[in-house]
Ligand binder design. Structure first.
Ligand SMILES: Nc1ncnc2c1ncn2[C@@H]1O[C@H](COP(=O)(O)OP(=O)(O)OP(=O)(O)O)[C@@H](O)[C@H]1O
Ligand SMILES: Nc1ncnc2c1ncn2[C@@H]1O[C@H](COP(=O)(O)OP(=O)(O)OP(=O)(O)O)[C@@H](O)[C@H]1O
Ligand SMILES: [Mg+2]
Ligand SMILES: [Mg+2]
Lengths: 256, 256
């Protein structure tokens, strides 16, 4: 299949990394070869599954700046079928260095195109910004999955994100589509969550996943043990929800 | 007093904006003249008190790039004594434009120095990154207040933030001090919150505020009405906590 999905939202802390870790692992557990790409200098994607942010290990920086051989930078994780292109400390510098390169928005696409015969799915985790790193993610992907925290500031940021996606569709990636909008950190006790959900569904009816990810402390505990939720607590509400979303994503991938 | 406090943490969604709005308003309610500075292109600071992110209004972009007269960009808010230098849509472009300017890290400092006779307190809200905008905030401030979500990823990011603060202290702002670490979104039901709090207190004993901000949905509802928590629900746990923290900040300011 070789489907590449970028998980993006410039609002901070909406569950991008948590979504990439858990959806990727679930899909890997079904037997698919999955690559997770960390294009966020914070390096939470790796540390969330026990791979420390490092200065000495090659990673996304080398992939972008040196166009490194994928075999020299992609590493396996502790989970079968699940691989990662980890961030490293140098990646923070890439944001400036990239601006001087000719094909600056397409460096990640160039790198990932060499891996698409091997991986069934590629998930790209992005930083909370609409800068050159996120643009590389949007330019490289087939679709963009938007995690949306069911709160006011996150809803506000959606407009800016959609403008950016449109701009990328026009000039860098005409085939980029929206994979879906995923409501995250949904608090079933609050009216605010419901109001935000209704607002989003008004504009994006069939694009919003039926499943929403509830606020569930197990999801924030799991990374402190370097585990996905399916390893840490496979029966908790967060795991059930991420399983359902992953199955929706698999169904969508099979249909296209 | 003219004390300038930058609120910074490159981890997304840890409560930077929520802290600036509520601490600023509380201090303004005590009769002090307070300026809030939005150096985050997302513009949540303004929108959280009902000032829409605009393309036509002058704001932080003009202050940084054109060194605009403060009288032409700072605006009053609906609350007495509380003023704002709002972000605008152009600010996203500033991140690149600034890199070409000579004194690129000190543009905000230059602008704010002209206002320090008028304001008793200046609070700077920063984006979730350690880029040139946040650096401007760190270079302009007397102290840095670090909101710290009581969860794993946020704790990880602290190390990188402290390195950046050290670097700024060395080369750009030798008098920069840490105002304090504020635990936010603390969930009193979870062991995770307690574990993170203990970890932080081990390293920063006297720097961690006694008050922590509990997870309280009223704090996330207030901005959707364009209100501070003291306007929206002054007796809820979130308001009580922000009141106590603001009083700690006032005490610290009086002692120095
Ligand atoms: N459904 C959930 N319930 C409870 N906690 C969650 C949930 N999803 C994520 N978290 C926690 O919330 C915090 C923010 O999530 P996460 O880091 O995945 O967001 P992000 O969008 O990747 O943030 P950033 O913008 O900084 O990259 C983390 O501490 C995470 O463990
Ligand atoms: N103590 C709290 N309890 C409940 N919700 C909160 C609390 N503090 C902040 N929030 C909500 O959590 C979300 C993130 O908070 P906020 O936007 O202030 O963080 P931030 O650090 O400024 O994020 P960013 O990195 O994107 O600028 C917002 O929707 C906000 O309304
Ligand atoms: Mg993340
Ligand atoms: Mg903010």
């Amino acid at each position: 299949m070789g489907k590449c999905i970028v998980v993006a939202n410039q609002k901070g802390g909406v569950g991008k990394t948590t979504t990439v870790i858990n959806v990727s692992h679930y899909i890997a557990m079904q037997g698919y070869k999955v690559l997770m790409v960390d294009i966020d200098p914070q390096g939470n994607l790796g540390s969330g599954i026990g791979i420390e942010l490092s200065q000495s290990r090659k990673g996304t920086y080398e992939a972008l700046i040196n166009q490194e051989d994928p075999n020299d930078v992609i590493i396996p994780t502790k989970y079968d079928n699940l691989f990662i292109l980890p961030a490293n400390l140098q990646l923070a510098g890439a944001q400036v260095e990239l601006l001087n390169l000719e094909d600056k928005e397409k460096r990640l696409k160039k790198f990932l195109d060499e891996t698409k015969d091997y991986f069934d799915f590629i998930f790209i985790d992005t930083p909370p910004s609409l800068g050159i790193l996120t643009i590389n993610g949007l330019a490289a992907a087939d679709t963009v999955l938007i995690p949306l925290q069911a709160e006011f500031f996150a809803l506000e940021g959606l407009i800016q994100l959609l403008k950016t996606i449109k701009a990328v569709q026009k000039s860098l990636n005409t085939s980029l589509k929206i994979e879906g909008l995923l409501l995250t950190m949904y608090d079933i006790r609050t009216k605010l969550s419901r109001d935000v959900a209704e607002e989003v569904k008004k504009f994006f009816k069939d694009k919003v996943y039926n499943t929403f990810i509830p606020r569930n402390v197990r999801l924030s505990e799991a990374p402190s043990y370097g585990k996905s939720i399916f390893d840490y607590d496979p029966t908790c509400p967060g795991a059930i929800a991420y399983q359902k979303v992953s199955e929706e994503i698999l169904d969508d991938a099979k249909r296209t």
